[in-house]
Ligand binder design. Structure first.
Ligand code: WQD
Length: 337
């Protein structure tokens, strides 16, 4: 028996694979390496002592998916696979709608053919759009500000309808806030293609000397220090949240949604200063213009996951900064040595 992790070689997928294997939950990875590296498998083996099966496939390809389900006894799926760069989604909306919706529908259809009923979906807080924080799961959604967010919103709707139509389907939607950090070993971590869009990988690449300086996108927001506030969550806390979600999915039919966040807001300047003081390394920055689409303040109300899943984030911002730096300084070029 195994759980299929689509996009399992990626940042969150690989950390979830480690958490599952360390909890004796067998996993099978499927990834087309469009935003990840097969080299992560050696690292997962080094950390866990186990080498999960890894299929180099595009999860839009139903034939390839059928081969996996035919070879392995898949009892559940965690669906990470998808394009996820907000800015790129604005430039390439058709690619995002085609890939993200098609891959999810293909997985669901093949699951149905093989009688697999448990599905955990990698959703995002971006579905909330510009709503007052703290955000609960009952907050209005569908105020997305980019095609990437709309794909998450639409897939959530597909899953709600599928669960309504098929009472045997067990679906959990996980709305991630801002995942950062890395496994404490420093063997796996965030490895974005090209120039990072997100804050933490940009900080670590400045700190390691790959990039000259950080541009802080605006310091005139209505926040304590004027810079954007987000709910950063350690990727290993997020991974452990997926284990809790799997346990819930095993026992509950229907479709349930959970925020995976810490419930604490941290500003860009706070993150930069914490990173520097924890790691004893400078992060030169300038204050630039606001980035289109950015919100001032986004953070979770994480109470529902604590009450129902018995899960809450344990790691601190200092842990996130320490582990992000430990990964980057030991892997200045990611998995390419
Ligand atoms: C965080 C803060 C920026 C870069 C996005 C997606 C979301 C999720 C996480 C997938 C903001 C500031 C950033 C930089 C900066 N991804 N910043 N300089 O935009 O909150 O969320 O990634 O699910 O869906 O929308 O994350 O890390 O890009 O930005 O000042 O070079 O850092 O303005 O305040 P964001 P981020």
């Amino acid at each position: 028996m195994a759980i299929l992790l689509t996009g399992g070689a990626g940042f969150i997928g690989s950390h979830t694979a480690v958490a599952c294997l360390n909890a004796s939950v067998d996993v099978v990875l499927a990834d087309n390496f469009s935003n990840s590296s097969p080299k992560v498998l050696d690292r997962i083996e080094k950390i866990t002592g186990k080498r999960p099966a890894l299929y180099n496939v595009d999860v839009c390809d139903k034939r390839a998916l059928r081969d996996i389900f035919a070879e392995r006894f898949i009892t559940g799926v965690i669906h990470f696979a998808g394009l996820k760069a907000v800015g790129e989604s604005v430039r390439l909306p058709l690619a995002y709608y085609r890939n993200n919706l098609d891959s999810c529908l293909s997985v669901l259809e093949v699951m149905q053919e093989f009688g697999c009923k448990e599905f955990v979906f990698s959703s995002s807080a971006t579905v909330y759009g510009d709503q007052p924080a703290p955000l609960t799961e009952s907050a209005d959604t569908g105020h997305c500000s980019n095609p990437y967010g709309w794909t998450k919103f639409m897939i959530e709707q597909i899953l709600k309808d599928a669960a309504k139509a098929n009472p045997e389907l067990h679906v959990v939607l996980l709305r991630y806030f801002n995942p950062i950090g890395a496994h404490e070993s420093g063997l796996i971590g965030e490895n974005p293609n090209g120039i990072p869009n997100n804050l933490m990988p940009y900080i670590t690449q400045v700190a390691v000397g790959k990039l000259k300086q950080l541009t802080i996108f605006g310091d005139s927001y209505d926040t304590p220090d004027g810079t954007g506030v987000r709910d950063y969550i350690h990727v290993m806390d997020l991974a452990e949240g997926h284990l809790a979600a799997l346990g819930y999915a095993e026992a509950h039919a229907g479709c349930e949604v959970f925020n995976l966040g810490t419930g604490k807001g941290v500003s860009v300047l706070e993150m930069v200063n914490t990173f520097s003081s924890v790691n004893g390394v400078e992060v030169p920055y300038i204050i630039g213009e606001r980035r289109a689409g950015d919100l001032a303040t986004v953070y979770a109300d994480p109470a529902k996951a604590e009450q129902i899943l018995g899960w809450h984030a344990k790691r601190t911002v200092a842990d996130m900064c320490r582990d992000s730096w430990n990964w980057q300084k030991n892997n200045p070029n990611g998995y390419d040595g």
